[in-house]
Design a protein around this ligand. Structure first.
Ligand code: MRU
Length: 351
């Protein structure tokens, strides 16, 4: 394993993002020079995956603050509120976005309350965005360690979407972190990647990054997993999450619910790996999680090729919610939480 994929970086010129829309055929880095560019980068899926969106949002706020012209901290406060609104309007489901915005706002308020100058506050915000990024990578390392222990030697793990280094601050990933953790612990593991229609994060991104790290991966279409599970070809399912409700209901990429039902039917453990920044204790159940709906062209077309007749109805829900009773365990940087999640997750926050 190379363990060297980092999808977003801070630089003096702006926020650098590996353009995930072009993978796996092109590895191109974009320099996003304003907070508006960063917001557009999140909205347009240059960067995607809940923790990576959170890290990018923090960098976007730091960048916007850095470019603020003025010396009055009250004026900077207004600017940061405005920037936060712009970045917060990009994608609704991944709570890491709002978690990162809240944390940056609190960092700002604290520095302002301590009477720091505007130029000092700018540096404090840059430093905190970098800290959010570093902490995210460290969380994934711990998730890899805890989760790796749950994976048996000589097993095949099925995953859905991309919850890898590309979807986080980098290096390990959440679901793919668990797989990398198992490999790091000396286990022989191979992966089945659902292609993940319609945006194909599994085919384009999961397959690419596992291949980069020399972890054997087999790509399947989303409708094949039941057949393979029935034949005994899957020993565990591991997925990431965009938001986990206080009761352990899990929002993740559309199709995850279907996989969880199949896993239950075949007695296969269904693990969710996510940092605590993905757990929304203010959201009592999955019913309150906002589900993003995206452009229907993602369904009707592949690039410029039209697949369906014009004028028909099309739905494009980007996420679904898996009820907590289908979830075997939730792996975070604090350890392995099991049902009842309302208690085990709360305990993890208190640790
Ligand atoms: O629409 P995307 O590509 O941002 O969706 C990503 C997912 O659903 C991931 O599984 C989730 O964000 C967890 S990433 C560690």
């Amino acid at each position: 394993m190379k363990l060297n994929i980092i999808p977003v970086k801070w630089s003096d010129e702006g926020v650098l993002m590996l353009d995930q829309r072009l993978l796996p055929t092109e590895e191109k880095w974009l320099t996003l020079r304003t907070y508006n560019d960063v917001a557009a980068g999140i909205k347009d899926m240059v960067v995607r995956g809940a923790p990576a969106i959170g890290v990018s949002a923090a960098y976007g706020i730091a960048l916007g603050a850095k470019q603020f012209v003025g010396t009055n901290a009250d004026d900077l406060a207004e600017e940061i509120d405005y920037i936060s609104d712009v970045i917060g309007a990009t994608r609704p489901t991944a709570v890491n976005l709002f978690w990162a915005i809240d944390r940056m706002k609190r960092t700002f308020e604290k520095a302002k309350g301590e009477g720091k100058s505007v130029s000092e506050i700018k540096q404090i915000l840059i430093d905190d965005a970098k800290a959010i990024h570093d902490e995210d990578i460290e969380s994934q390392r711990l998730i890899a360690q805890f989760g790796g222990e749950l994976i048996e030697n000589d097993s095949t793990v099925l995953t859905h979407c991309n919850a890898g280094a590309l979807a986080t601050g980098g290096v390990w990933g959440t679901a793919l972190g668990v797989i990398r953790g198992a490999v790091d612990q000396g286990k022989k593991v191979s992966v089945i990647a659902d292609e993940t229609r319609p945006y194909l994060q599994g085919a384009r991104l999961t397959a690419w990054e596992l291949n980069e790290d020399d972890i054997p991966v087999t790509l399947i279409t989303d409708n094949m997993s039941g057949h393979i599970m029935k034949k005994g070809g899957v020993q565990a399912v591991v997925v990431g999450s965009d938001r986990i409700a206080a009761n352990g209901d899990v929002a993740n990429k559309i199709g995850t619910y279907m996989v969880a039902v199949l896993a239950k039917r075949h007695g296969i453990p269904f693990y969710v790996a996510a940092p605590l920044s993905t757990v929304d204790m203010n959201c009592p159940t999955g019913d309150e999680i906002p589900i993003e709906e995206r452009d229907t062209r993602e369904i009707t077309h592949v690039k410029d090729v039209q697949l369906a007749p014009e004028g028909i109805g099309v739905s494009n829900y980007a996420f679904d919610v898996t009820p907590n009773d289908l979830v075997t365990a939730i792996i975070t940087e604090k350890g392995v939480a099991r049902a009842p999640y309302i208690e085990s997750l709360r305990k993890q926050f208190e640790q």
